[in-house]
Design a protein around this ligand. Sequence first.
Ligand code: GDP
Ligand code: GDP
Length: 458
Amino acid sequence: MLPVVALVGRPNVGKSTLFNRLTRSRDALVADYPGLTRDRQYGQAHVEEHPFIVIDTGGIHGDETGIDALMAEQSLMAIEESDAVLFLVDARAGLSSADQSIAEHLRKQNKKVFLVANKVDGIDADSAVAEFYSLALGEVHQIAAAHGRGVTQLLTLALSPHIEALTALSEEETDEDAIQTTTLNDEELIEQSPEEDDMIKLAIIGKPNVGKSTLTNRILGEERVVVYDMPGTTRDSVYIPMEHKGRKYTLIDTAGIRRRKNVTDIVEKFSVIKTLRAIEDANVCLLIIDARDGLSDQDLSLLGFILEAGRSLVIAVNKWDGLDEHAKDRIKTEIDRRLGFIDFARMHFISALHGTGVGHLYESVEEAFVSATKRISTSMVTKILDMATFDHQPPMHNGRRIKLKYAHAGGYNPPIIVIHGNQAKHLPVSYKRYLMNYYRKSLKMMGTPIKIEFRETS
Ligand code: GDP
Ligand code: GDP
């Protein structure tokens, strides 16, 4: 379960500077899709290799309206749902009344709060931060977000209970990992899909009101459902085991329909954190888009999270019923224009309400899962590299031709291909895309992103 760190503080203390520093090393996968902008409020970050979610709560004033109100509500929920709150104050500007009222609010919540004095670069930090002790929030942690000073120590401390828990877990798993690594590097290994019998964890992802619960109900109404009564809190999704044509699935239901006793129950609140955790935990994400709304920024930001996590993806455009040809054309054109760069995901046009097209989703989900978990051999990926460079040789850099020598599989789910060569780092994006598409076609991989990493060999 990904821990959540919320950044809180009055405007101008350096929240977005810290947010950007923490999330800057965004996954290479997202960088491969220039059509996507990152969500400026929610991001994935790492400390000592451990992933966590970071949230910039922005400036909450309490009198927001419209879309701002929605964002403010999400921020307040984020504080509630977070595992640690970093309360930023400005060491240069000194203590302000806004700091005092935020501190008061935080003291009322039963949260782990870390008081953080930012901008300690180039000043006498110890004397500057002394007055913040009057906030009675314990230790004042000193950082300079703009320069990275103190940031890793702070996050390590804030996340230490989670890091300890995770380290204990991964120590138990190391034996299994050792076996997997040798299998992946085995020259003799031919293509195989040992996970064919495994369970697919399928997360149903989408903004509020796209039809997630309707679809979940539709799927569950038609399949043999083994009902487990799994305990869950509001911040967790509901996990529902089910079976379809002999394949075992676990539906990760972010809409929480199983907790609603009847249809008149209050619809559960949409939570970005719940969604992010569901994405992280899934093998395949089913992203639902509302045909009546067209593509929204929220759809694109959810898509960004799915790509950032390297998850397999199937897209379903819902509420396809009752649309005239003109409306259908319009949404199809919009999707082509704005999602054309996601060329690996299958797209379905469905009606969760009437069940139209729902049955075909399984085929794409299955295909995505098998592609993502397929084991590929070193000889195979090197052979494909040879073919690709023969068909279209890499360009020159500084008067010397870039040489790609060999490749090996670096992992799966998502598949990672590691290519070794001279000056490989200078390959232009267009050639990287060419290689990615070549691998995708040759390995017949649909539904999963493919990650290509380059290593310098002399
Ligand atoms: P936010 O409103 O809390 O998100 O604050 P910003 O991240 O936008 O930062 C406000 C200002 O403080 C910007 O001009 C930053 O460049 C500056 N700032 C942020 N962190 C530091 C720091 O560590 N040292 C110094 N000297 N300035 C910083
Ligand atoms: P959620 O918030 O994503 O779980 O969305 P719901 O499943 O609660 O659906 C929101 C609204 O959209 C409800 O009024 C549904 O009846 C309606 N809806 C869901 N799927 C469809 C569909 O395929 N066609 C039409 N016309 N309406 C739908």
